[in-house]
Design a protein around this ligand. Structure first.
Ligand code: PLP
Length: 472
């Protein structure tokens, strides 16, 4: 008698796998037909699901049918080319296929020994990324620095802050004396990282910004000097290339001057804007990075690689390892002990890690440097075109200097009109936009960067806004 098995056989997997790939391909072809922002009300999706899990196995066909019937209505379509909200979360065919393979291999790459290819491909692809983005050699893995794939830019900021905290503590500073610096436009993940690291709210100083919302180096220098004079220990500064609200660019080189002189770890968050460096003419986004301690960029935002994939580099991996490496007996192994390998568990907060490098490797090989630059450049051109339409229409004004793929605008009629415009666009399902506030005024953000956004989508958004403005 053979043992009963509930597992999916390789033949069943082959058949259902083909169905799922076909489903995803059809989704890619038809994604524009869905309302971009899901129209469901809170609780709708749960109410449509069975109250209890199935007792008996269900046919795979039924599960797949429920994706269409129960799940799709509650999906907000980040992969729609009519996505102009927040920043994009890119995906692409090669990325999805890399993800499928990573799941199929199912390796957990916490140590080099638990899957050497997982570690070595990651190291290699991160060195490739340096070349693709024109980043400084100080981040190369064959020197004292190196790169790793984190799940998110938030984790990268946290790891950088933990490394800096360790460096500060090793130099004799009390935890309560450490002071970090950011601006009011730094991403909120910095504040969260500070909390996780045990810093009080009064240990994060807010540095003034100029009229473009960029951090003022002189203001940083003044705060650092004041803190020093008061017996506190400046230890960390988070600069941003491309802030979330308005894509403001902090002057990294001048900030690095202040930080290097004061022994402050400077981390640069290039989550969205950093990808622009695949285009040689946009490499100004890298200015000053040759002197910073760490840098992060999100291919899962604007480099056609699906979430999660943040490239994070440090100039000196020693502080990171000192902060995050703990070696219990059960993880000891010959390769680690030899010192000849990287164990990426020491470069992140969790122990376990997925084979994320596969999807990035697939994306880089599929597009080549040429293809990546082509599509990023095209997004920037489309945003520029959109900004020109805004500038030429007296009913609207630019609310911040348009930069790369982001245009911040507002209707001159005030907050109420702008809120109505946003709500009307989003309720229509035709496009999805989000807002920010700059100088305490409501601002509409148009973020161009979804993998498949073309001129016709940007044109349709402008026509929609202009038509609504006529009615307002
Ligand atoms: N930094 C910046 C500048 C961002 O715009 C964002 C998200 O939009 C983040 C960090 C956080 O990104 P993640 O979701 O990868 O943590």
């Amino acid at each position: 008698m053979t043992e009963p098995s509930f597992h999916m056989t390789p033949d069943e997997f082959r058949r259902h796998g083909a169905e799922v790939v076909e489903w995803v391909a059809r989704y890619m072809e038809t994604v524009e037909e869905h309302p971009v922002l899901s129209p469901v009300a809170p609780g709708d999706i749960r109410a449509s699901l069975p109250a209890h899990p199935p007792q008996r196995p269900e046919p795979f066909e039924d599960v797949l049918a429920d994706i269409e019937a129960l799940i799709l209505p509650g999906v907000t379509h980040w992969q729609s080319p009519n996505w102009f909200a927040y920043f994009p979360a890119n995906s692409s065919g090669p990325s999805v296929l890399g993800e499928l393979l990573a799941a199929g291999l199912g390796v957990q790459g916490m140590l080099w020994a638990t899957s050497p290819a997982c570690t070595e491909l990651e190291t290699h692809v991160l060195d490739w990324m340096l070349e693709l983005l024109g980043l400084p050699d100080r981040f190369r893995s064959d020197g004292p620095g190196g790169g790793v794939i984190e799940d998110s830019a938030s984790s990268a900021t946290l790891c950088a802050l933990l490394a800096a905290r360790r460096r500060g503590r090793d130099a004799g500073a009390e935890l309560g004396d450490l002071v970090a610096y950011a601006s009011a436009h730094t991403h909120s993940s910095l504040e969260k990282a500070a909390r996780v690291a045990g810093l009080g709210a009064d240990q994060v100083r807010v540095v003034a910004v100029d009229e473009t919302y960029a951090m003022v180096p002189g203001a940083l220098a003044t705060l650092v000097a004041e803190d020093r004079a008061a017996g506190r220990v400046p230890f960390f500064c988070c600069a941003t290339v491309g802030t979330t609200s308005s894509l403001a660019v902090d002057p990294v080189a001048a900030l690095a001057d202040v930080c290097v002189a004061a022994g402050v770890w400077i981390h640069v968050d290039g989550a969205m804007a950093g990808s622009a460096a695949v285009c040689s003419e946009l490499r100004w986004v890298n200015d000053g990075l040759d002197r910073v301690d760490s840098y992060a960029v999100n291919p899962h935002k604007w480099l056609f690689t699906n979430f999660d994939c943040t490239c994070f580099w440090v100039a000196d991996r020693g502080a990171l390892l000192a902060a995050l490496s703990i070696l219990p007996e059960y993880l000891r192994n010959e390769a680690s002990a030899s010192g000849a390998v990287i164990d990426y568990r020491d470069w992140q907060v969790p122990l376990g890690r997925r084979f994320r490098a596969l999807k990035l490797w697939f994306v880089i090989r599929h597009y080549g440097a040429e293809g990546l630059a082509h599509h990023v450049r095209r997004h920037v051109e489309l945003a520029r075109q959109f900004a020109a339409w805004v500038e030429a229409d007296a009913r609207f004004e630019l609310a911040a200097p348009p930069r790369l793929g982001l245009v911040c605008l507002r209707h001159v009629g005030g907050d109420e009109v702008n809120q109505w415009l946003l709500d009307s666009i989003n309720a229509s399902g035709e496009q999805y936009l989000t807002h920010t506030r700059l100088d305490d005024r409501l601002v509409i953000r148009v973020s161009v960067g979804q993998t498949h956004t073309e001129e016709r989508h940007v044109r349709a958004l402008w026509d929609h806004l202009a038509c609504l403005a006529d009615a307002s």
